[in-house]
Design a binder for this molecule. Sequence first.
Ligand code: SF4
Length: 249
Amino acid sequence: MADTTNISWTDSTHNLWWGCTKVGQGCDNCYAAALDRRTGGNHFDAEPYKRLSDHYWRQPPKWNHKAEQVGKRHRVFCGSMCDWADKQGYDDQRDRLWNLVRATPHLDWQLLTKRASNIRKYLPADWGCGYANVWLGVTVENRRQGLRRLAILRDVPALVRFLSVEPLLEDLGSLDLSGIHWVIVGGESGVKARQMEPAWVDNIFHQCQEQSVPFFFKQWGTFGEDRQRRSVVANGCLYRGREWKGIPV
Ligand code: SF4
């Protein structure tokens, strides 16, 4: 959990536990596993996931209270260090999350997963057409796994469905964005980053425009638009000469 975050499409992060297991190409250079290792942990593909403290779980209600006071909704990315739909995770912590979500109506909870086939199994019994303050998302880093996740997500009831196309690893081809309310695109960062071709971004951008889906360009990553390796900050987030920060309405 963090009050603030450098993930530009959200306001804060919260996790159900700390740890995960790699499930595909998008996980190859997992930033969460690297952070875990840097901070002395071994909770990725190894030890049981770490449970988080009561103090940690008490932060989102404070964000909710503040959001109510200032009259501005606050986005919370749930799963910067875990995957909420991971079957190796803890069911009691998922129950705890749903109770928290119901108690924080001024927060927009952004639940992102690479385990799309588990989403329905782990939704709460009273989910119905979806909670008003939950956005469900899947990662779409490539065609083989990502497009299958997209198709699964489309059929799950939710008020907001989104795609995190990050790290974008290849041209995604033709996209059916029906039922999708938001697309985030970004390139990979880190020493082993894989290059994102500008033409792949163009393809997604045009399809979002054609299908009236808000487009959010997060970053170029380690390789800039000119394919040069630099810091993520130096490569920035300008696309076609401007920022793209589309958001679902
Ligand atoms: S699903 Fe996400 S957190 Fe889990 S290993 Fe893959 S990239 Fe890391």
